[in-house]
Design a protein around this ligand. Structure first.
Ligand code: ADP
Ligand code: ZN
Length: 634
C-alpha cells in the first residue's frame, strides 16, 4: 500500500469539478434572455392597448364631444372615447396625453362635465419605479433561474451524469493512486517483465524523448476473465505512481449515437491533462470488434472506435500517456487497432500454473489467519484451471466458513469445502433425486471412477460424490493430476476418453438405459476426439494432416474446418470410430469388474461422498480376492 494515498483522496466517478460560475453561467444567461423576451412581449401587448395623442388632438376630441371618460394621473391624462366605451375591455384602446404645465385644466374639466363625461379626479398613483423594475425584471429572472438550474440538475441525473449537453465524465473512473503494486500480482512473471519498460517510461518520459525513442502507445492484455488483467494494469499505474483512468468497452455501447465518441474524447483530454497517466480500457472487444458486417453493423460502435483510433494517433506519446486494453478475444479485434503504433504489443495473461496458483493463494491469504494444518500446495494442485479471481474467491469463502463456524483461524477443510463451492457450485440441499435416479447417478459416477482407477495412465481419482450441485451436475468424479501437464500423448487422450465414456457405459451395462446425465461427458469426449483427428494428427486415416485451424491460439475458441466437405464427412466417421472404440473399452473394463462396480456403487449410494482413498481400498481388496481365487484354482 502506498503510505500517502490518503492525502490524495480518490476521485469519485461523476464528481463535478467546474467552478460555480461555470456551473451556473448557462442558467444565468438563459434566464436573462427569457426575461428580456417576456418584457418585450409584455410591453408590446400594453402598447397595443394604449396610444399616445398630442394635446391638440385631445382638444379636438373634446370639441367634437367624442370622450366618454377621462382620468388624471400624476403625469398624464387617460382618455376613453365614446366609441371605445361600447367595446369590451380587451378590445378597448386607451388614449393618453401628457399633462402640460402651462395649461389650466379646470376650464377643460368644466366643459367635459357639461358634456356628461365621467371625470375621475382622484389621482391614481403610478407604481414606484423600483417596484416596477422588481416586478418586471428581478422577479422573473429569479424564478426562471431557479427553475432552470433545478431542471438541468435533475436532467443530468437521469442521463447518467451527462453534465451539460453531450459531454460526459461520469463513467470514466479515475484513481490518483491505485495503491496496487506488482507484489499484489502473483505469478504472471512474463507479463510483468513486458510491463517493466512501460513503467520506466512513465517514470521518466523525457529520457525516452531525449534519445528520440518512441514507446508504443498501447499494449493489449490478452487472457481469460479473472486472470488479473485489470489488476496488472492497476499495478503498472501503482508502480509508476501515476493516475489510473479506466473505462469499460461495454460502457461505450450507449443508446445515443455520439455519446461513446465524446466519452473517448473526454477520457483522453482528462488523461493528457494530468500526464503521465495510464488509460485502461477493459473489454475493448465491445468497441474494437472488427468492422466486417459479420456481426451486424453498429453506427455507434463504429463512431466510438473511429474516435478511439483518432485519439490514439493524435496524442503525443512523449507526454507519457500509456493505454492498456484488455480482452479475451483478440482474434475478433479490428485490424486497425492492432496496427503499428497502436496496440501493437500483446501481453499474454495466462491461466496460472501450479506455482502461479500457489503464489496467488499466498497473496490472498496474506491477511488471513491460517491454522497449522493448511497446506496451500495441496489446494493449488487441486485447482488446475482455476484463475486468480476463482482463487481469491475461494480464500474468501473459506474465511467466511470459518467465521460461520465460530473459529479464529481458517483450516484446510475450509479451503477444501470452499473449493467445491467455487468450482462446482454450492451443494444443493433442496434437490431430492428419486431413488432410481440416485442409483443411476451412483453407477454413472463409479463408472467414471473405476475406468479411471483401473487404467495405467489415468489421473488418480480424489473424490466421488452424488450430492447435486448448483452448477447442474447431479454428481461428479474429481480427478487430480499428480503434476501439471502441458503435453498429452495419444495414449493419455484415449485413457481420458474411456474415463469420460465410463459413466454412460455403466448406465448401459447395469440398467440397459441411456440417460441425459451423460450429455456433458459426451460433449467433452467428442471435442477431444475431434481435436485428435482434426488438429493433433492422431488418427490412422488422416495421419499428420490437419483438417482445421485453431480458432485462437490459447483460448477455447472454435476451430475452423479447413478441408473438403467429403473429407470432413470422413473425419466425422473417424471421430465416431474413436469414440466407439473407447466406449467398448470402458464397457469391457466395467464388465470384467462388475462385482467391484456394484460394491462401490452401493457404498456410494449410502455415503453420497467417498474419497479416492476409500475407492483404492475397495480396488485393493478386490484384487486380493481375485489373487486368492486364482491361487485356489491353481
Ligand atoms: P480480469 O481483469 O483479467 O478479468 P481482474 O484483474 O479483475 O481480472 O481479477 C479479479 C480479481 O482476481 C483481482 O481483483 C484479484 O483479487 C484476483 N486475481 C486475479 N489474478 C491475480 C493474480 N495473478 N494475483 C493475485 N490476485 C489475482
Ligand atoms: Zn459423467
Amino acid at each position: 500500500m502506498n503510505p500517502n494515498s490518503n492525502q490524495n483522496p480518490n476521485k469519485k466517478p461523476g464528481e463535478d469539478n467546474r467552478t460555480p460560475l461555470q456551473k451556473y453561467l448557462p442558467s444565468i444567461v438563459l434566464a436573462l434572455l427569457l426575461t428580456l423576451l417576456i418584457n418585450a412581449v409584455y410591453s408590446n401587448i400594453v402598447s397595443a392597448k394604449t396610444k399616445e395623442i398630442t394635446h391638440t388632438e385631445f382638444l379636438t376630441m373634446v370639441e367634437e364631444d367624442k370622450i366618454h371618460e377621462i382620468q388624471f394621473t400624476t403625469d398624464r391624462v387617460n382618455i376613453i372615447t365614446r366609441e371605445d366605451a361600447e367595446k369590451s375591455e380587451s378590445a378597448r384602446i386607451t388614449y393618453y396625453t401628457g399633462i402640460l404645465q402651462n395649461v389650466d385644466y379646470t376650464e377643460l374639466v368644466n366643459t367635459l362635465r357639461e358634456q356628461n363625461v365621467l371625470v375621475s379626479e382622484e389621482v391614481i398613483e403610478e407604481m414606484s419605479p423600483i417596484i416596477n423594475i422588481l416586478l418586471s425584471w428581478v422577479l422573473p429572472l429569479a424564478i426562471i433561474f431557479v427553475l432552470f438550474s433545478y431542471l438541468s440538475r435533475s436532467m443530468s441525473k437521469h442521463m447518467g451524469g451527462m453534465g451539460g449537453f453531450g459531454q460526459s465524465k461520469a463513467k470514466v473512473y479515475m484513481e490518483k493512486q491505485t495503491g496496487v503494486t506488482f507484489a499484489d500480482v502473483a505469478g504472471q512473471d512474463e507479463a510483468k517483465e513486458s510491463l517493466v519498460e512501460i513503467i520506466d517510461f512513465l517514470h521518466n518520459p523525457q529520457k525516452y524523448a531525449a534519445i528520440g525513442a518512441k514507446l508504443p502507445k498501447g499494449a493489449l492484455l490478452v487472457g481469460s476473465p479473472g486472470t488479473g488483467k485489470t489488476l496488472l494494469a492497476k499495478a503498472v499505474a501503482g508502480e509508476a505512481n501515476v493516475p489510473f483512468f479506466s473505462i469499460s468497452g461495454s460502457d461505450f455501447v450507449e443508446m445515443f449515437v455520439g455519446v461513446g465518441a465524446s466519452r473517448v474524447r473526454d477520457l483522453f483530454q482528462q488523461a493528457t491533462k494530468v500526464a503521465p497517466a495510464i488509460i485502461f480500457i477493459d473489454e475493448i472487444d465491445a468497441i474494437g470488434r472488427t468492422r466486417d458486417s459479420k456481426f451486424g453493423g453498429n453506427d455507434e460502435r463504429e463512431q466510438t472506435l473511429n474516435q478511439l483510433l483518432a485519439e490514439i494517433d493524435g496524442f503525443d506519446s512523449s507526454k507519457g500517456v500509456v493505454i492498456l486494453a484488455a480482452t479475451n478475444r483478440p482474434e475478433i479485434l479490428d485490424k486497425a487497432l492492432l496496427r503499428a503504433g497502436r496496440f501493437d504489443r500483446r501481453i499474454i495473461v495466462d491461466r496460472p500454473n501450479l506455482n502461479g496458483r500457489y503464489q496467488t493463494l499466498r497473496v490472498h491469504t496474506r491477511n488471513i489467519r491460517l491454522a497449522d494444518d493448511v497446506d496451500l500446495h495441496k489446494i493449488a494442485k487441486a485447482t488446475a484451471g482455476a484463475v486468480g479471481a476463482d482463487l481469491a474467491n475461494l480464500v474468501n469463502e473459506a474465511a467466511l466458513r470459518a467465521v460461520r463456524q465460530g473459529r479464529q483461524t481458517v483450516n484446510q477443510q475450509d479451503l477444501l469445502t470452499s473449493f467445491e463451492v467455487v468450482i462446482a457450485g454450492t451443494e444443493k440441499k433442496g434437490t431430492v433425486l428419486t431413488d432410481i435416479e440416485k442409483r443411476i447417478v451412483s453407477y454413472h459416477e463409479v463408472g467414471h471412477a473405476l475406468v479411471a482407477a483401473l487404467q495405467k495412465h489415468a489421473q488418480p481419482v480424489s473424490k466421488i460424490t452424488i450430492v447435486p450441485h448448483t452448477s447442474g451436475a447431479l454428481g461428479y468424479t474429481m480427478q487430480t493430476p499428480e503434476e501439471e501437464k502441458f503435453l498429452n500423448s495419444k495414449a493419455e487422450l484415449l485413457v481420458e476418453l474411456r474415463v469420460l465414456l465410463g459413466g454412460r457405459a455403466a448406465e448401459q451395462l447395469v440398467f440397459g438405459a441411456q440417460t441425459t446425465g451423460a450429455a456433458n461427458d459426451i460433449q467433452r469426449a467428442t471435442d477431444t476426439a475431434r481435436k485428435m483427428v482434426m488438429l493433433y494428427g492422431m488418427s490412422d486415416r488422416f495421419g499428420l494432416m490437419a483438417l482445421s485451424q485453431a480458432g485462437s491460439e490459447y483460448l477455447e475458441g472454435r476451430a475452423y474446418v479447413d478441408c473438403a466437405d467429403s473429407t470432413a464427412a470422413q473425419a466425422d466417421e473417424e471421430v465416431r470410430s474413436i469414440l466407439n472404440g473407447c466406449y467398448e473399452d470402458a464397457t469391457r473394463i466395467l464388465t470384467e469388474n462388475r462385482a467391484l462396480l456394484d460394491e462401490v456403487a452401493l457404498y456410494l449410494l449410502q455415503k453420497e461422498t467417498i474419497t479416492g482413498d476409500e475407492l483404492m481400498a475397495f480396488i485393493r481388496a478386490d484384487q486380493k480376492q481375485k489373487e486368492e481365487k486364482n491361487e485356489e484354482e491353481a
